[in-house]
Design a protein around this ligand. Structure first.
Ligand SMILES: Cc1ncc(C[n+]2csc(CCOP(=O)(O)OP(=O)(O)O)c2C)c(N)n1
Length: 535
């Protein structure tokens, strides 16, 4: 007879999940062992939050839920960041933690936390795994986080329950109709295509805004539509690469990255804004509610939000209909001026000695890394830089926390990405603040065979917050920190490191690391004041 832990592990393995991420405690050892026996690897990390972030990115790239496994109490408490990130950044994550057995006396308060109550608001499904519920709870948890908008599920399994026998080996259930499935798409794709064509026929400055609600499976279709019709297009950061950003009709990245003033100029100048899968969760100001946007959504946005009078419509059918139709007009580069000014921002070089101009970092790396390179960023000024200016060319090659905007994402995301796509180079661009939150995962990356390049933009400060202080006319206060030697940190984790302010040296070191399939950490001193010129 199978144990509940074995049944849980089997359901996870049967879902095609080959690895989970986590950090153990005594109460989760039986589940870990069951996972091992079921052929599911355990990627041991150095913080549960990092494990959850890596798992979610790994899952999304593999088209399945990422799974993170932790102990109870403190291990489970460390899941708040990745669960919140999965919720707001539409990443599919199943978190399983231990919990005290139900039959423990109420006086046993050691490590007792109201975990379900805490996590229910940020998850789509939270439940206990028991011998009786395992066959329902695990498949449902796996299913709901893959219903769009992707999000998180949370399950607990007590060490006592893990050992209990289950009567029958549960089968992987088909999608559960009560599992928070995407609401029906009432909109007629053919009708929507005609409506859109009419609107575009009357527009002289249309702008297609593509957001998180587009399925990467529709990348070829949307690329074809905007190319064939030569439509001006902008994207939000989390779908960078859904269209080729080096093409002439690419206007820029909206949602609060660098050069946002230019993007807002374009938004205001447009006479038709088409929000194709646009999810305001990525937008840090309120233009999405103030400007008239023609929404084209196929699933509700984060938080269950669907703009008024918007009918959900199947994107694939709609795009097929649009591709079949002739463009109703031509729009010869109506945002040319904005595009030019955007490019100029990167070349407005600083002459400050001993640092690298941030724009040179982007350009040097772009010159040597292949277009399929997956780039992850942390959160801070460097995210604004890379979010706007890294020229993404392929879908799902750019990863950042942008709904939550939580620091300590970049390095963990790089581990998840590299394990999911071992043949593709991975670059993590992080600030020195964020790097010091989880640099220890460099050792994880080495140990589990996930080499990638980390570029640490060293400015000795939480520079985005420093800029915000200046913006509020406040004096600089408690945003600068002393140096931690990036190179030594890397070396302490068994990874090669170097520091440079020479763009050519940066480029050649990155190229060599990719060729050799080796991890490399490159510290690049920058001047935080330079960001102001780019933003
Ligand atoms: C977990 C978390 N804590 C705090 C913040 C607020 N915050 C946003 S950006 C930032 C500064 C990040 O500094 P660094 O990593 O050095 O990057 P930089 O801005 O210098 O590029 C901070 C503190 C956050 N987004 N996430």
């Amino acid at each position: 007879m199978n144990s509940t832990a074995a049944a849980t592990a089997k359901l996870i393995a049967d879902a095609g999940i080959e690895r989970v991420f986590g950090l153990p405690g005594g109460e989760v050892l039986v589940l870990m062992d069951a996972l091992r026996a079921a052929g599911v690897d355990f990627v041991l990390m150095r913080h549960e939050a990092n494990a959850g972030i890596a798992a979610a990115v790994h899952g999304k790239l593999r088209g399945q839920p990422g799974v993170v496994v932790t102990t109870l109490g403190p291990g489970a408490a460390n899941l708040m960041l990745p669960l919140s990130n999965a919720f707001l950044d539409q990443e599919p994550l199943l978190a399983i933690s231990a919990q005290l057995p139900d039959d423990f006396p109420a006086s046993h308060t050691h490590q007792r936390l109201p975990l379900h109550d805490v996590y229910r608001p940020v998850t789509k499904y939270a439940a206990k795994i028991t011998a009786d519920t395992v066959g329902e709870a695990v498949p449902r948890a796996l299913t709901v986080c893959m219903n769009r908008p992707f999000g998180a599920s949370y399950l607990t399994l007590s060490a006592r329950e893990a050992l209990k026998p289950v009567d029958a080996v549960p089968k992987r259930a088909a999608a559960d109709p009560n599992g928070g499935a995407t609401p029906a798409r009432q909109g007629d794709a053919g009708e929507k295509a005609r409506e859109l064509r009419d609107l575009l026929g009357k527009a002289s400055r249309p702008l297609v805004l593509i957001g998180l609600g587009i399925d990467p499976a529709n990348a070829t279709r949307i690329r074809r539509w905007v190319k064939d019709w030569d439509l001006p297009v902008a994207v939000t950061p989390k779908v960078k690469g859904i269209v080729d950003e080096t093409r002439g009709n690419f206007v820029g990245v909206v949602g609060g990255m660098a050069a946002d003033d230019l993007m807002c100029e374009a938004l205001k100048a447009a006479d038709l804004l088409i929000g194709f899968g646009l999810d305001p969760v990525e937008i840090d100001s309120t233009w999405h509610a103030e400007l008239p946007i023609h929404w084209i959504l196929e699933a509700e946005n984060v938080g269950g939000i669907v703009p008024p009078a918007t009918q959900l419509v199947d994107h694939a059918q709609l795009l097929d209909a649009l591709i079949r139709a002739q463009p109703p007009s031509t729009w010869p580069a109506p945002f040319r001026e904005v595009q030019q000014k955007r490019c100029e921002r990167l070349s407005d070089r600083s002459g400050a000695p001993g640092v690298m101009w941030p724009g040179d970092i982007v350009q040097a790396l772009d010159a040597v890394l292949p277009p399929e390179t997956i780039v992850t960023t942390d959160v801070g000024s460097h995210k604004y830089l890379f979010g706007q200016f890294w020229p993404s060319r392929e879908p799902q090659t750019f990863w950042m926390s942008n709904g939550l905007s939580g620091m300590a994402y970049g390095l963990s995301a790089a581990i998840g990405a590299k394990l999911a796509r071992p043949d593709v180079p991975v670059l993590a661009a992080v600030g020195d603040g964020g790097f010091s939150m989880n640099a220890q995962e460099l050792e994880t990356a080495e140990r589990v065979g996930a080499p990638f390049i980390t570029v640490v933009l060293e400015d000795g400060s939480y520079s985005l917050i420093k800029l915000a202080q200046a913006g509020k006319k406040l004096g600089t206060y408690r945003v600068d920190f002393g140096p931690i030697d990036t190179v030594k940190m890397a070396e302490a984790c068994g990874v090669d490191g170097l520091r440079t302010v020479n763009p050519d040296q940066l480029a050649s070191a990155a190229k060599r690391a990719v060729e050799r399939r080796r991890s490399l950490v490159i510290g690049v001193p920058v001047n935080d004041a330079d960001y102001r010129r780019i933003f």
